[in-house]
Design a binder for this molecule. Structure first.
Ligand code: F0G
Length: 481
């Protein structure tokens, strides 16, 4: 950071190149910030937690946050903002129309993501709704690198069918493929031949892939997807929710990129797509916000018209002026190399600890979370008895740690047959909020997981006693078997 601002500390000037190289290569991920404000946490007893989780129907989404000690439910909207962002909150221009914070946000997205037109939304699914309504006709197919819950639901509500075209390795929790988010070009080609390009409004590509374990897609793969799509006149729409984290993996793992800045990689990455939906609640370091970005002016015009129905005027889209200012500033911070290295570094620290203790987790460690492999963790509990859901409840009971099921409950039912999907991956996600928890919190989390692992034989399954129609994982209720 200092050097970026034109400083060169004395000790670096007098250092030999060899020593300098070694320092720059050092592997620790120490935070490029210090703590200015703290939020006290409540410690609970085991008896209190037993009551709380039973009242929550063994669903961690239904716990009260004040009963949670370390909240690893999600990295969505849970980041700590910087003093620069908080200062921006005081500069909210709360005009109904034409807020100056919108123009700042728009210019920031154009600069770092490179898209031409920006439609603000209250969060990611607001953008997914508008995009799906505009582009998808009943009977269409939308190929993608693994489903995401809200994204697929909006595609289905618009009459489309999602088709998974991710590489097979993504469904294997033990495969060490460095880019498990890649699209299988053969699967994509087969689908285009089978249904015809005119039935495919766009290819839905996410970087990183949340449901696969936060796994990245390579620049080469996205470029190839874009080229293939262009030859068929099909658009590529990016789910840019964690694209900065994806850029970090490209920088570190893909040939030709390790001297490139994260910001440069992100721009190139987005250039192989025709637009994006975005949940600003992740990479962009804010508690609420999102956007839809497009390069086609006719689709933009339609989106700008529809946003006023569902979100708000096209210069706020459901956000306050101060929220837009905080998000613009959050984007600037999110693309700093120091920031992203520490962010993913903390995730990898926890993951490595669990790997060292032989706990079954999805490998390679992804960008935003550690995913426990419930099929190997609790082999005696079947998917029909909700192994991952049970494990998430147990981590809460053990240490007040809140995590999230990403298995059969999240996968839901086939929209035609009503049958349960049986995903290959039955996972529990320990999601790390950005800039929130300390290394000691990570240590304690690892110790709690290890304790549950040690006692795993004692756990039984669950039965579902209430199932909501849409996105059932949020509100479903369970009982102990
Ligand atoms: N796409 C991805 C890849 C996401 O992870 C999310 C949200 C969305 C879209 C929807 O964005 O929540 O702002 O409407 N993921 C959160 C999570 C909920 O916990 O992974 P949203």
């Amino acid at each position: 950071m200092l050097e970026a601002r034109g400083f060169k500390p004395n000790f670096l000037i007098t250092m030999t190149n060899d020593k300098l190289n070694r320092i720059q290569r050092r592997r620790s991920w120490a935070e490029p910030y210090k703590i200015k404000v703290v939020e006290p946490l409540k410690l609970t007893t085991r008896a209190e937690r037993e009551q709380a989780i039973a009242q929550a129907g063994y669903n961690t989404f239904l716990l009260r946050s004040e009963d949670v000690y370390i909240d690893l439910l999600t990295d969505s909207g849970t980041s700590a903002m910087s003093d620069y962002q908080w200062a921006g909150m005081m500069l909210g221009d709360e005009a109904y129309a034409g807020s100056k914070n919108f123009y700042f946000l728009e210019a920031t997205i154009q600069k770092y993501y490179g898209y031409q037109y920006i439609v603000p939304t209250h969060q990611g699914r607001g953008a997914e709704n508008i995009l799906s309504q505009i582009l998808i006709k009943p009977g269409d197919y939308i190929p993608g690198n693994m489903y995401f819950t809200t994204t697929r639901l909006h595609q289905e509500l618009a009459g489309g069918t999602f088709v998974d075209v991710i590489i097979d390795e993504a469904h294997d929790a033990t495969s060490l493929h460095p880019f498990k988010g890649n699209v299988d070009l053969q699967k994509l080609t087969d689908l285009i031949e089978q249904v015809g390009a005119e039935r495919i409004p766009y290819i839905s590509v996410a970087g990183t892939v949340n449901m696969a374990g936060g796994q990245p897609i390579s620049m080469a793969n996205l470029r190839a997807v874009y080229q293939l799509a262009q030859t068929h006149g099909i658009r590529v729409i990016l789910d840019a929710t964690r694209a900065v984290e994806n850029a970090y993996f490209i920088q570190r793992q893909e040939e030709g990129y390790n001297q490139e800045a994260i910001a440069t990689i992100l721009r190139e990455f987005c250039s192989y797509t025709d637009g994006c939906t975005m949940s600003g609640k992740k990479d962009a370091l804010v508690n609420i916000g999102g956007w839809l970005a497009l390069n086609d002016d006719d689709i933009y015009e339609e989106a700008r018209n529809r946003v006023v129905i569902y979100e708000g005027l096209h210069t706020y889209g459901g956000m306050a002026g101060r929220d837009m200012e905080a998000m613009g500033r959050g984007i600037e911070e999110s693309v700093q190399d120091d920031h992203i290295r520490a962010r993913v570094g903390q995730v990898e620290y926890l993951g490595q600890k669990l790997l060292d203790w032989h706990i079954p987790v999805v490998v390679p460690i992804g960008g935003h979370a550690i995913y426990l492999d419930a099929k190997r963790f609790l082999p005696h509990i079947s998917q029909d008895e909700f192994a991952a859901q049970r494990l998430a409840a147990e981590l809460y009971l053990e240490a007040g740690i809140r995590t999230m099921e990403r298995g059969i409950v999240s996968a839901g039912r086939n929209k035609e047959t009503g049958d349960n999907y049986y995903p290959e991956l039955e996972l529990v996600r320990l999601t790390i909020p950005r800039r929130v928890y300390t290394q000691a919190h990570m240590d304690l989390t690892a110790e709690a997981v290890e304790e549950v692992y040690y006692n795993r034989d004692r756990l039984g399954g669950l039965k579902m006693v209430y199932e909501p129609k849409y996105l059932r994982f949020f509100q479903a209720r369970f009982e102990l078997l």
